[in-house]
Design a protein around this ligand. Sequence first.
Ligand code: ASP
Ligand code: MG
Length: 411
Amino acid sequence: MALLVLKFGGTSVATIPAIENVANKVSQEIKLGHKVAVVVSAMAGVTNQLVSYCSSISQLYDSKEYDAVVASGEQVTSGLLALALQKRGVKARSWQGWQVPIVTNDVHGKARIKGVETDTLHESLNTGEVAVIAGFQGIAPDGRITTLGRGGSDTSAVAVAAALKAERCDIYTDVDGVYTADPRIVNRAKKIPRISYEEMLEMASVGAKVLQTRSVELAMKEKVPLQVLSSFDGKLGSDLPGTMVMDEAEIVEQEVVSGVTHSRDEAKVTLRQLPDVPGVAAKIFGPLADSAINVDMIVQNVSADKAKTDLTFTVTRADLPKTLDVLKGVAAELPGLQVESSADVSKVSIIGIGMRSYVGVASRMFKTLAEKGINIQVITTSEIKVSVLIGEEYTELAVRALHSAYGLDQE
Ligand code: ASP
Ligand code: MG
C-alpha cells in the first residue's frame, strides 16, 4: 500500500480511447491497494491550438487572459479521466489548480509553484477516491489562474508528489524510458534502468527532452523518485518497467558514462580581432542576455600578442539571426571586429557521474573522434559531462562511435 502520483502527458490522453487506457492503468494500481493521485496534461496539440487562438487576437496579449485560455485544456482531460474511472466503478474526482489549491507566484505564463495545499487532497485520497488533478495550472495570490510554462505538468506532478510525500511519481509518456542514446540513431541503444537526478538534468539540457528540466530540479531538491515509462506498452508503473530517476547514493552499479546525447539545434559564432582588455566579454554577452538569447558553450583564447583575441560561442539555431543583429550594434563599439557564424554544427555530449572518479574519460572521447577523422571545433566540460561541437554531418557517426567506445552497446 503506497501513495503514488501518476502523470500522463498529452499523447497519453490524446483521444478518448487513450483516456480509457489511462483509466485502466489507474484502476489496476487502485486494485493493488495503492492510493493514487493523477496529474494530466491537455490532449496532444490542444495547448498549441489554445496558444494560437490568443496570438491570433493579439500578438501582445494580456498574460492573465492567456492563462485563463490555455489552462482550459487540462480542465477537459481531468474531467474526462474522472468520468472514465467512475465508469469502471472507481471513485474519482477532478481537481483544478485553484481547487487543490496549487499556489503559485503571479508571473503569468510561466508561474512558479510556491506550495501545494494537501489537507483536502489527503481527505479525498483516504476515502479511496482517485484525485485527478489538472496539470500545468495553479492560482496566483490574487486568485487568478496561472500556468507554469510549456511542459509544466511534469512540474505539477513532482510538486504534488513532494507535497503528498508520495512513494513514487510515475511519468507516463510516449517513450518507455531514458535511453543510452537516441534509438533512432543507435539501434543498439539500451534503456537505462536507473539514472541520477544530476545525469537526467544534464541529459535534459543537451537534448533528451523527456522531462521538463524544472521538474527534475524539483525532484532532486525534494528527493522524489521519478519513473519515466510508456503508457502504450501495456506495462504498469508498480512493476517498475521504465527508467528510475533517483538519488545517486541509491544507484549501486554506476556506469562511467551513462549516455551519449546530441543536439543539432546549435549555431556557432566566432568573433575575431577582439581587443584583449577588461570588459569586452561583458560588452558582448550583456546585450545578448538583455535580448533573452541563451549562450551555451563559450571559449576564448589567450591572445598571442596581448592585444587581440578570438572568442567563440554557441546559441540555438533559432537565435542566430537575432544574435547577429545584436552583434551589429556591439560592433560599433569594437572597431575592427569580425563576426563569423555557421549553423551546420551539432553538439555531442557524454554524461555520467562515474566521470568524477575515473581518469581518462575525456581523452577516450577525443581519441574515438580522432580515429573517425572527426574534427572537434569547441570543447566544454562540467563535472559529469563533456561536450564537443562538431560538423553536423558527423553527428550520427560520432554518437555511434562513442556509444561503442564506452561499452554502452546492447549485446
Ligand atoms: N499542456 C501543456 C503544454 O503543452 C503542459 C504540459 O503538457 O506539460 O505545454
Ligand atoms: Mg510534456
